[in-house]
Design a protein around this ligand. Structure first.
Ligand code: NAG
Length: 425
């Protein structure tokens, strides 16, 4: 009550009203419901639609429906319906979402053909849809601009360049099962709302493309492809991106190799990258926007950062190296609890940190395919990550980097809590 006297209204893609004033709360304000897309592929299924929900005031007779048009239209009929019997949970639908090529995605927020609704007494009480979020930061410039990158909840992708976008289900080789971490290319990841990219680079001087996006020793996609996607997105939007070069798994034995890479990045991202300012990560979003350079390149090698102003100190990765969901919870709880303590005694450099929200297989897990591959592992934790960041760590979250972005609700969660933080909740 004392903190939350503000009602902040945003007019974004319809009406999004956030109020922290508990006295005038609608009973459905806190209900969450959303559509996610499974990363798991099998012979007869790809992109299976899942629905997550949270409704502490669930009543007998309530139902949840999946629709392929806006459920508020009178003639909308559900294509799948079920009766939730617990206050929060997750349900797979057996329905496969259509393939959407990245070229069909646009730069304004849009529902992509799948909607969910909470129904009580035949009345639609709350809806949501599978949505893009290409402009969420720029749309909130007024409420975010006084903040630093360290202060906002920023959805990100882990190993962003290790992607494979398949139209049809296919059998994966064991290498793919343990190297592919994303099912959308980098442009689509950004359009869906990620603003933090975790990039690992391999250097292959004898190859047509010298630099590649890698996962460990495996090269996945030419770095040039990733760079072009980032530039195209920045051209079309007013968003801010962290391009964080985190690992150098192949071809970086010498300082000369690092300087070759930073020179290449500087040339490719000329007019896009923001040179590191004197106050470093303490810069506000307002100053970033005013500079009209909305790309920050992090570089995980201090001696390179010391001699090149085109790169910034990297975002600190917080790894659990855990293989079970319980251990992942413990790891994330530890880093977020620590962040809450530090908020009384802030990090002097304001360097952002990334909670790495995925399981990590051991070598033997990979050799014996014990955990079923990264897709299966992500499916098992992605829903829980969303729930945890909605209910426990929403006040402290900074960057949260996930595998298979659309299998989580992390983008919606981050946007919602950035609004609530701005409103003093
Ligand atoms: C993960 O989420 C599922 C579905 O909501 C739930 O049944 C399970 O208990 C959760 N696990 C943990 C460790 O929170």
């Amino acid at each position: 009550m004392l903190l939350c006297l503000f009602i902040v209204t945003h007019l974004i893609a319809g009406v999004l009203l956030h109020s922290c004033n508990h006295e005038h709360k609608d009973e459905f304000d806190d209900v969450q419901i959303g559509v996610v897309i499974s990363p798991v592929m099998s012979n007869n299924m790809i992109r299976e639609i899942g629905i997550y929900w949270k409704n502490p005031n669930i009543k007998i007779g309530d139902s949840v429906g999946l629709y392929n048009k806006d459920p508020n239209f009178n003639d909308a009929l559900p294509i799948f319906k079920f009766t939730p019997d617990i206050p929060h949970g997750f349900r797979k639908t057996g329905i496969s979402a259509d393939f959407i090529p990245t070229s069909k995605l646009s730069f304004s927020k849009k529902c992509l053909g799948y909607y969910v609704a909470w129904i009580r007494d035949d009345v639609v009480k709350k809806t949501n849809c599978l949505s893009t979020n290409p402009s969420w930061m720029g749309d909130r410039r007024k409420t975010l601009e006084h903040l630093k990158m360290r202060d906002i909840f920023l959805p990100g992708t882990h190993d962003s360049a290790a992607y494979a976008k398949h139209k049809n289900s296919q059998l994966e080789l064991i290498v793919d099962k343990y190297t592919i971490t994303q099912d959308e290319d980098v442009l689509a990841q950004l359009i869906y709302g990620a603003r933090y990219l975790d990039i690992r680079i391999g250097r292959y001087p004898n190859h047509e493309h010298t630099f590649w996006g890698n996962h460990g020793p495996f090269r996945i996609v030419p770095l040039k492809t990733v760079i072009n996607a980032v530039k195209y997105f920045l051209d079309k939007t007013d968003e801010i991106i962290i391009f964080d070069v985190q690992e150098f798994p192949v071809g970086f034995k010498t300082m000369a190799a690092h300087y070759e890479l930073t020179d290449y990045l500087e040339k490719e991202f000329a007019h896009y990258l923001l040179p590191r300012p004197a106050n470093g990560w303490k810069i506000t979003l307002e100053d970033i926007w005013n500079s009209n350079r909305r790309l920050i390149i992090g570089y995980d090698y201090a001696s390179v950062v010391a001699s090149r102003t085109c790169v910034w100190p990297q975002v600190g990765h917080q790894w659990g190296n855990v293989r079970t969901i319980g251990a992942l919870y413990k790891h994330l709880n530890k880093v977020e609890t620590q962040a809450a303590e530090e908020s009384f005694n802030p990090n002097p450099s304001s360097q952002p940190r990334a909670a790495m929200a995925q399981l990590t297989p051991t070598t033997f897990d990979v050799i014996f395919d014990r955990l079923g591959g990264l897709r299966k592992m992500a499916e098992n934790v992605d829903i829980n990550i969303t729930e945890w960041y909605n209910e426990e760590w929403q006040h402290t979250a900074n960057v949260v980097a996930v595998d298979f972005l659309k299998a989580t609700g992390i983008v919606e969660t981050a946007i919602e809590w950035n609004d609530k933080r701005a409103a003093g909740c």
